[in-house]
Structure formats: C-alpha cells, structure tokens
Write a protein that binds this ligand. Structure first.
Ligand SMILES: Cc1cc2nc3c(=O)[nH]c(=O)nc-3n(C[C@H](O)[C@H](O)[C@H](O)COP(=O)(O)OP(=O)(O)OC[C@H]3O[C@@H](n4cnc5c(N)ncnc54)[C@H](O)[C@@H]3O)c2cc1C
Length: 355
C-alpha cells in the first residue's frame, strides 16, 4: 500500500481483516497528506443517486460498524458524531432545487423548520433540507486508528519511506493510495490537486448543532471549474472551534495563501450565522483534494500494469468514502464477491478499455 492517508489506512485495515499480508509505505509521517486537512464530513446529502451515493451509503454503514474498534485505538476516540446535515437556501429557486436533492434521504423544511433545528441561522433563510444520515469524524484520529487496528492484525507500517517506482516493490499487488499525488506513478486517471481553504474560529459554546451548508455547495462539488469557487459550509467541532469552508480551485500544489478565498469564507459564514461576525478566527489552513475529472473515485486494477491497483481520486469526499473504498479493494484483492459493483470506479474508464 503506498500512502498512509485515510484511503490507504482503510484499504490496509480491510485487507488485513481478510488475512492479506499488508505493508503500508508513506514518504511522510502520520497523516502527512490531505487527510490532515480534511473537515471530516461523512455525507450522503451532497451526492446524487448513482455509484458515488451507493459508495457513500455503504461507507456510512461501515463507519458505524468500525467505530467501536477504531475508538479503542486512539485516545479520545475518532469523534464520530451522528449530527445530520442541513442544506439551506434564501430563494424560492433554491427551495425547488432542494426538493429534488432531498430525494428519499432528506426531509424538506420550511423557514420555521430550519430555525428550529439551527436557532442562530440568519432570519432571511427561507428553508432547507435535512439529512439525518450525515455524520462527522475527526479524520486524523480516524486514519491513525485504522492504521493501528491494521497493525494489530499484522500489517506493517513504514513511514518516511518514499516510493519512486512501483516496480521496485516486491509484492503481489501494489495499491496506489497517494491521493492528490497519484499521477506520479503514471496513474490510469488524470488526478490533479484541487485546493481548499478552511477557517478555524476560537473555541465557542455549542451554537451550531449540525453540518450546515448553502445550496450552492452542491453545484460547486459537481463542477470541475479551475477558477476559485466558494460556498458556505459551517460546522462545530467537539473541541469548540467552528470550521468554515469551502473553497475549490485548481492551481496545482500552490501553497501560498489566497486572501480573496479567506475573505469570501468569512463573509459567507457571517451571512449564514450572523453571530460569527463577532468571533475571532484563530487560523486558516489548506489542503489538496485529489480531483478526478468525472467526480468518481478511481478504484481497482490498472489494466496496463499487472499487479498495480488504484484507490484515489475521491476529491472532497475521501474521508467519508474511505471505509467502502477499503472494503472494495479488499473484496477484489481477496477474490471475493464485491459488496458493490466495481465497474463505475474502474481505472479502465479513462483508457477506453473494458473494466
Ligand atoms: C479543505 C478540505 C476539506 C475537506 N473536507 C472533507 C470532508 O469534510 N469530508 C471528506 O470526506 N473529505 C474531505 N476532504 C477531502 C479529503 O480530505 C480527501 O479526499 C482525503 O483526505 C484523501 O485521502 P487519501 O488517503 O487519498 O490522500 P492523502 O491523505 O493525501 O494520503 C496520501 C498519502 O500518500 C503519501 N505519498 C504520496 N506520494 C508518495 C510516495 N511517492 N511514496 C510514499 N508515500 C507517498 C503522502 O505522504 C500522503 O500521506 C477535504 C479536503 C480538503 C482539502
């Protein structure tokens, strides 16, 4: 397994559980990549019916199944919160879009309903859709716990070990779980980084109870625009700070701050929750989402290089989708019948060859 982020960690745990011999290599320390920058939402609310939603629903079940074991491996636990997600809008057009987005999983709410759920929301919010299945986890804790659980089952972890060429590794199968850096091994799919900034407030009492986001977020997630896109995503954390996202832009691995992105985040959050205008921002950080052009992760064997497997390209959903990705890799590597149809995720789709 190359990569000890949440995806590599979940693959390692799922494979170790099947009795496979696993070694995880990472050029950095623990959570050295994007997983250390993820917000930790486990969402079904931002996914349209189809393979990604199927993967998300399976992952949601697995997070809850794995929770007890993972909590045991990290002090304070993985902070899995079944808080639910609330998408809100100010416009009648937004309400119409939410009526479609709610589908079977969401509940449409009027103005009173959203303010009952989130009393601090701005008064001009017209309504929303509530998704009780949305959850949140602390991604770094979760990845560390998965690696510890895998090690307990015999997996080996080698940090500060960079892989330069896949063919240098002695293994029956090599899984490329290097996230936004996956293209370095001539990956089957054109994965590239999509930068995101987050603002972190000072610790606050619990005034925001759910993950709350504006309806434009759905459009930004689905779009592939390279230009800066901002939608407002706000949520509390068990430690007290409120996390404010989300920006998306394809600017390579550019680590320089973007004042405009941070300004837009702050303005959007204060428009959604007016009390945030008087709150101090402690810090901001950024990370690189592993962007896949068709918005589906790339999971499965490389049709060109026998023994090379891929598990990357989850963009802004890699935390949420990690357990089901790990399970799918383990299903396929151990020759078992996959729980989900692997075809939509196959790396072959970018090469025009059968899966
Ligand atoms: C601002 C922001 C907010 C986000 N919020 C959410 C969210 O709320 N919910 C959600 O589900 N997702 C979220 N994401 C997305 C999520 O963080 C990613 O999809 C996920 O972390 C990807 O995990 P990964 O294991 O594929 O990659 P990474 O965590 O990047 O792990 C890849 C690893 O590969 C290692 N590596 C790379 N090259 C080599 C090499 N040559 N040799 C050895 N090791 C190598 C790296 O050191 C790294 O540790 C967010 C992302 C950002 C940036």
């Amino acid at each position: 397994m190359i990569g000890a982020g949440i995806v590599g960690a979940a693959c390692a745990l799922a494979c170790a559980r099947r009795g496979l011999q696993v070694t995880v290599l990472d050029r950095g320390g623990l959570v050295a990549g994007t997983t250390g920058s993820g917000e930790g939402n486990i969402l079904v609310s931002d996914k349209a019916p189809g393979p990604e939603l199927d993967l998300a629903l399976r992952s949601t079940a697995l997070w809850q199944e794995w929770e007890g074991e993972l909590d045991r491996h990290v002090g304070g636990g993985i902070e899995l919160e079944r808080k639910g997600g609330l998408i809100v809008t100010r416009t009648p057009t937004g309400m119409k879009a939410l009526a479609t987005a709610a589908g079977d999983l969401g509940e449409l709410l009027d103005e009173r309903g959203v303010h009952e759920l989130e009393p601090e929301l701005a008064p001009d919010i017209l309504g929303g859709a509530f998704f009780p299945q949305d959850m949140q986890v602390q991604p770094a804790r979760a990845a560390v716990a998965m690696l510890a659980a895998a090690r307990e089952l015999g997996a080996q972890l080698r940090l500060h070990t960079e892989v330069h060429r896949v063919r240098d590794l002695e293994a029956d199968a090599v899984v490329n779980a290097t996230g936004a850096w996956a293209a370095q091994f001539g990956t089957a799919g054109p994965v590239e980084p999509r930068r995101g900034f987050i603002l972190v407030t000072e610790p606050l009492p619990v005034l925001i109870r759910h993950k709350v986001y504006s309806a434009e977020y759905l459009e930004n997630v689905a779009s592939g625009d390279a230009e800066l896109q901002t939608s407002t995503v706000v949520e509390g954390t068990p430690g007290g700070p409120v996390l404010i996202g989300a920006t998306r832009e394809r600017v390579g691995f550019d680590r320089r701050p973007n004042a405009e992105a941070l300004r837009r985040l702050a303005t959007g959050a204060a428009a959604l929750f007016p009390f945030l205008a008087g709150v101090r921002i402690m810090r901001s950080y950024h990370g690189f989402r592993p962007y896949s052009p068709d918005h589906l992760p790339i999971i499965g064997p490389d049709p060109r290089i026998p023994g090379l497997w891929h598990a990357h390209g989850h963009e802004g959903a890699g935390i949420g989708l990690a357990p089901a990705t790990g399970e799918l890799i383990a299903d396929l590597l151990s020759g078992g019948r996959p729980t989900l149809d692997p075809a939509p995720f196959s790396p072959a789709r970018f090469l025009g060859v059968p899966a």
